[in-house]
Ligand binder design. Structure first.
Ligand code: MG
Length: 381
């Protein structure tokens, strides 16, 4: 009986990408590349456990972007890709897997049928790689000139995940050798490596342009839904307003059953609107004592969870706060960071705007604060 584990190697520093964080922590349609690489393997019935391998400086980044996923606790990688895989194999050894799939964290578009093909081929084989025929004509160059045309007969481009019998891969790595993929080390043992059809969509994000390409490929498989939310709460004299997940010190407070965070309530309703399961009052009735004084982050987090449960991925949030007082501008970035943290979005995908109503109406008279929000969420087509 096969027991298959998967390793997702994401310990690289991705220097070609620029920016502060390695490329596997860049967002692709609302989720990090690393997270997407993990999710397909975690969701696959044929895989018993998934082990992430992360960079020495990336524990916090990983926890933020993937910490809620049911993977094994991540292990820290080594100085090279092969060294990272060896650390993963050492961590997996006590868990009793018969086979292991090794996948690159930089391949976020992995789809289940490819995993199926690898696993099926491992029934009879000890090593399996997915590969695509090379379609372009290949030439060797010297400086800027063509030095010859390469016969592409029999040439393929190899992807991950690559599948191995556990003992074979352990033997391949035993000498501590380096290779650009694991199959390269297995080949040196003389063990036959089987080839299955790769997936043209399973691209490796290497250059910044690849991220744009991956976004377009994902766009073809998703449909957007837009939800809107609106809320009002009354103001009275007090010692601070809870708004957008933060407390703004001022001589006012908002009144409500919960903490009365009108901005988070509008955002919660906007997210709930994309899954059509009623509104914040349906999920958290104001008649229930347990929501008295509640932190509205709980409501927004639950809405985020409901969206995720339907396969939705939040692409963007846009919030408008309508009030005369307090002034929002000085607190905008703190609100944005808080909302980004609750929803798991990058802050640049959380827009916060504010307006007065020219002293007109209840907001203009300072009797209350209103907020409206729109959420754009991508769902599987
Ligand atoms: Mg409310």
């Amino acid at each position: 009986m096969q027991k298959i584990h998967a390793v997702v190697v994401g310990a690289g520093t991705g220097s070609r990408f620029g920016g502060d964080a390695p490329k596997q922590y860049r967002h692709l349609a609302g989720r990090t590349i690393f997270r997407r690489a993990l999710e397909t393997l975690l969701a696959h019935d044929g895989i018993a456990a998934v082990l992430p391998v992360i960079g020495a400086d990336d524990a916090h980044r990983f926890a933020q972007s993937c910490g809620d996923l049911p993977s094994l606790p991540p292990v820290t990688g080594g100085a090279s890709r092969s060294a990272s895989v060896r650390r993963a194999l050492a961590a997996l050894a006590p868990l009793g897997a018969t086979h292991v799939l090794i996948h690159d964290a930089a391949r976020p578009l992995l789809r289940a049928p490819l995993v199926d093909r690898i696993i099926a081929a491992l029934v009879d084989g000890e090593a399996v790689v997915p590969a695509l025929a090379v379609r372009d004509t290949l030439k060797r160059t010297a400086d800027t000139r063509v030095a010859g045309t390469v016969d592409r007969t029999g040439l393929v481009a190899v992807q991950t995940p690559q599948g191995f019998a556990m003992d074979v891969l352990a033997r391949a790595h035993a000498a501590g050798d380096e290779a650009t993929d694991d199959a390269g080390l297995v080949e040196r043992l003389g063990v036959p490596v089987h080839v299955v059809e790769g997936d043209p969509l399973n691209l490796k994000v290497t250059e910044p342009e690849d991220l744009h390409l991956a976004e377009r490929l994902l766009g073809a498989a998703t449909v957007p839904r837009v939800g809107t939310g609106f809320d009002v709460h009354r103001l009275e004299p007090g010692d601070g307003v809870v708004l957008g997940g933060i407390t703004i010190p001022c001589a006012l407070r908002l009144i409500g059953h919960s903490d009365a965070d009108v901005a988070l309530h509008a955002l919660t309703d906007a997210l709930l609107g994309t899954v059509g399961i009623g509104d914040i009052g349906t999920l958290f009735p104001p008649t229930e004592e347990r929501w008295r004084g509640a932190d509205s982050a709980l409501f927004l987090d639950e809405a985020r969870r409901r969206v995720a449960a339907e396969g939705g991925h939040i692409g963007h949030l846009d919030l408008t706060i309508l009030c005369e007082q307090p002034r929002i501008g000085p607190h905008r970035e703190a609100m944005r960071a808080r909302i980004a943290a609750i929803t798991g979005l990058a802050p640049e995908r959380c827009s916060i705007k504010a307006t007065t109503t020219e002293r007109l109406g209840f907001t203009g008279r300072g009797e209350g604060i209103a907020a409206q929000a729109a959420a754009t969420v991508l769902f599987p087509a």
